[in-house]
Write a protein that binds this ligand. Structure first.
Ligand code: BES
Ligand code: MN
Ligand code: ZN
Length: 509
């Protein structure tokens, strides 16, 4: 998708397809009025006749309006003005993206104006969101063995102009670049998630990271089994034992914003560490999962995919931040050498763990990555994991779960979620939850009791994250969709990118 900015009057925009956002219950906004005058009032007729549905995101396609340069006008409902906000605006832009995919027009244009933005949002925000939403809407998974479709791919505009009324300045162009970069990172994350576990193995994750590092010139180190043994990563290795797939520990290091401004090493801000759960298939191990929907456990590496994807995004943006990505990658299988319930293992931190359920494997690979993170003396560590089914029970599939030992970091992530529409909801992480992890045979068990599973999972991780500010994102409910719409969502990449963009801005000042 190619995005541009056009400063023109909407009725004069020569394009195959012009999208115009209007409220269901209010007078036409300025751009709508201009177009309406140009076509002798026919636009307002369509709105007032009720032909355009009230619901935000409903659309009406009008062909060949006399007096208007665009071949087609897409009227998009923003819903009722009283209930208008970020959500309705995003629904409208998602609908625009869908129409851009479906149209026979070669190029499209989208009018953005202050009057139809949610309160407190500016054009740069709108451009970043809109370009991401529209570019992300073009995503399609090319299954490696799929039959080639013929002739059905003529639809979809490949060029989209944002029509603005006032002079465009630098932040606006940058906003489009950022939105597009985030969508490209999401596409990579989705490809990795949607691939079957026979294709997307730990080795394949490592190769993807290495290729990305080569392309964008950031450092990537890949540790193999022997390296992990040397480091004492007994918890991570205990998960990998049951599978024929070799585990990998991937270390990505993006050094944005260094070497400029003559800053010496001591005044340089500390790096941000992102840790992504990379279980390429979670069968449950000896504590085998039931068969229904087990295919979806190919998505158990979505945390890892979001870290790899966000590296692509920040590299494309050239963001001035230092970020380290850590990915413990393994497959959880019930092979003859697999860990059993009752096994005790020693983590890299030295703490011992009694494995009571081999299906609680995510925390076992993450805990060693959290210990490894200490060496970077990070400003903060954020882990991203499809950790618990309990999180989906607690919060549904709308927000990701957020658990943190640091209120400021939790607030910052919550705000990034609101700004990007990729929301999180915080759950408590009080001391009392630690009790259920008691073990008679080790420093802790890897599972608690039946209650508050998303929290006890995070409580387990917190025992390895004491050396720095830490937040945990449980994306079990948000990383993919099931049923007819089955597929990766690319979340929480918009959230992570927003967070890092925010950090980059702080650094510039
Ligand atoms: N990957 C799963 C969590 C999961 C399950 C995500 C279903 C999305 C949908 C994780 O490894 C797991 O199996 N967790 C267990 C933990 C339990 C044994 C304490 C779970 O949630 O059942
Ligand atoms: Mn599991
Ligand atoms: Zn898992």
């Amino acid at each position: 998708m190619k995005f541009t900015i056009k400063i023109t009057s909407p009725e004069k925009t020569e394009t195959g397809f012009l999208a115009l956002c209007v409220f269901a219950d209010a007078p036409l906004p300025p751009a709508g009025q201009t177009v309406n005058e140009a076509c002798q009032g026919r636009l307002s007729g369509f709105v007032s006749s009720g032909e355009l549905d009230e619901k935000a995101g409903s659309t009406l396609l009008l062909h060949g309006l006399a007096g208007v340069a665009a071949k087609r006008i897409l009227l998009v409902s923003l819903g009722k003005s009283r209930s208008f906000g970020d959500k309705a605006w995003r629904d409208a832009l998602t609908a625009v993206g869908k129409a851009i995919n479906d149209t026979l027009a070669k190029d499209g244009a989208v009018v953005l104006e202050e009057a139809t933005l949610p309160a407190g949002r500016d054009l740069a925000w709108a451009l970043r969101q809109a370009s991401r939403i529209i570019a992300d809407g073009t995503y399609k998974f090319d299954a490696p063995c799929a039959k080639k479709e013929n002739g059905s791919t003529k639809r979809g505009a490949r060029k989209v102009a944002f029509v603005l009324s006032s002079e465009s300045d630098q932040p606006q162009k940058e906003a489009i670049r950022h939105g597009q970069a985030i969508a490209e990172g999401m596409a990579l994350a989705k490809d990795l998630g949607n691939s079957g576990a026979n294709a997307c193995t730990p080795v394949r994750l490592a190769e993807t990271a290495l290729a990305l590092g080569k392309q964008f010139k950031f450092e990537v180190d890949v540790l193999k089994r022997a390296d992990m043994e040397k480091l004492g990563m007994g918890a991570l290795l205990s998960v990998a034992r049951g599978s024929c797939q070799e585990p990998r520990f991937i270390v990505m290091h993006y050094r944005g914003g260094q070497g400029k401004g003559g800053k010496n090493a001591s005044s340089r801000p500390r790096p941000i560490v992102l840790v992504g759960k990379g279980i390429t298939f979670d069968s449950g191990g000896i504590s085998l999962k039931p068969g229904a929907e087990m295919d979806e456990m190919k998505y158990d590496m979505s945390g890892a995919a979001s870290v790899i994807g966000v590296f692509k995004a920040i590299a494309l943006m050239g963001l001035p931040v230092e970020v380290i990505g850590l990915i413990p990658a393994a497959e959880n299988m019930p092979g003859g050498n697999a860990s059993r319930p009752g096994d005790v293992v020693r983590s890299m931190s030295g703490q011992t763990i009694e494995i009571l359920n081999t299906d609680a494997e995510g925390r076992l690979i993450l805990c060693d990555a959290l210990t490894y993170a200490e060496r970077f003396k990070p400003d903060c560590v954020i882990d991203i994991a499809t950790l618990t089914g309990a999180c989906v029970i607690a919060l549904g599939k709308i927000p990701s779960g957020l658990l943190s030992t640091d209120d400021a970091l939790a607030d910052e992530l919550t705000q990034s979620g609101l700004n990007s529409g990729d929301r999180v909801w915080r759950l408590p992480l009080w001391e009392e939850y630690q009790e259920s992890l008691k073990s008679n045979f080790a420093d802790m068990a890897n599972v608690g009791n039946r209650f508050g599973g998303a929290i006890t999972g995070a409580a387990f991780l917190s025992r390895f994250a004491g050396a720095y500010k830490w937040a945990h994102l449980d994306i079990a409910g948000t990383a993919w969709l099931s049923g007819n719409a089955k597929g990766s969502t690319g979340r929480p990449l918009p959230l992570l990118a927003e967070f890092l963009i925010g950090r980059a801005k702080v650094r510039e000042h």
